[in-house]
Design a protein around this ligand. Structure first.
Ligand code: NAP
Length: 280
């Protein structure tokens, strides 16, 4: 079971990935970014999610180095994820993008490297590059992001390795029931981005009522709902008290009925782009 902030899920290739990580989307390079990453690691987070397009890999790397030294940790204690951006999808260009991300982060391997978006006609070549990196032990796990069931089927039809992770928008207004079922069946770990719907869900009355019954915050109830669904979650905050709050999910449990009430909030509503209809 998921007992603490450092509990991990085992990906189908045997690599262990923390159930909870810190997201750093829209956090620019600078002190705020560094302090957030350092606060998270100090509090006990062991997973950080960035991407080339976030433009903050250098700052994340710097914060990681400082946090490791300050907390007596080693690189192997952390799980670092980055993603190849759409403009770099292709065999050689994806290999080069991986090296560029490593150089910015100041790391010699990533724990997880993802194809950020399923750009039609481009993701298969990029996947061959990820498979090469994986086979050469340059990266511990490879996966995708924003892939619907049909994208996964298309990718896997010609692949040597299935993605180990699919990171998608997932929250109580977008419960992704079919995709969750499919990925579980396939042994692909689902990971939730914008788990708090970028803050929009904080005033939801149903979740508020459940939260007050448990003496927890709305954010904590939603993140706990992710975990009880078997979904890895990576809430973003730059505030130390919220980083701590979002990592404190292990002293309560939602009942089946509470889980169902939250599931019933689904409206198939996205806060981010639709993977079947995007133009970037
Ligand atoms: N693969 C993809 O395409 C993709 C797309 C989007 C995001 N992501 C990843 O997923 C991560 C999380 O998603 P996200 O950043 O879009 O949104 P999110 O985690 O759903 O929400 C972040 C927002 O909620 C606020 N917040 C955080 N904790 C809170 C709490 N306990 N109470 C009240 N408000 C709280 C944050 O504000 P403060 O910072 O002010 O606390 C921020 O405005 C990203 O950082 C990124 O790593 C991936």
């Amino acid at each position: 079971m998921i007992q603490h902030l450092q509990s991990k899920t085992t990906l189908y290739n045997g690599v262990e990935m923390p159930w909870v990580g810190l997201g750093v989307f829209k956090v620019e390079e600078g002190e705020e970014l560094k302090e957030a990453v350092k606060a998270a690691i100090r509090f006990g987070y062991r997973s950080i999610d960035t991407a080339a397009i976030y433009g903050n890999e250098s700052g994340v790397g710097e914060a990681i180095r400082e946090a490791l030294a300050e907390n007596g940790l080693s690189r192997e204690d952390l799980f670092v994820t980055s993603k190849v951006w759409n403009a770099d999808l292709g065999y050689e260009s994806t290999l080069a993008a991986y090296e560029a991300s490593l150089a910015k982060l100041g790391l010699d391997y990533l724990d997880l490297y993802l194809i950020h978006w399923p750009v039609a006609g481009k993701y298969k070549e990029a996947w061959r590059a990820l498979e090469k990196l994986y086979k050469e032990s340059r990266v511990r796990a490879i996966g995708v992001s924003n892939f619907q069931v049909h994208h996964l089927e298309d990718l896997m039809a010609g692949a040597e390795w299935k993605p180990m992770v699919n990171q998608v928008e997932f929250h109580p207004k977008l419960t992704q029931k079919k995709l969750l079922h499919y990925t579980k069946e396939q042994g692909i770990q689902l990971e939730a981005w914008s788990p708090l719907m970028q803050g929009e869900l904080i005033h939801d009355p149903v979740v508020q009522e459940i939260a007050s019954r448990h003496g927890k915050s709305v954010a904590q109830v939603i993140l706990r709902w992710d975990l009880q669904h078997g979904v890895v979650t990576i809430p973003k905050s730059t505030k130390e008290h919220r980083i701590a709050e979002n990592g404190s999910l292990f002293d309560f449990e939602l009942s089946d009925q509470e889980m169902e009430r939250i599931d019933a909030l689904n409206e198939d509503r996205r806060v981010g782009p639709d993977p079947d209809n995007f133009d970037f």
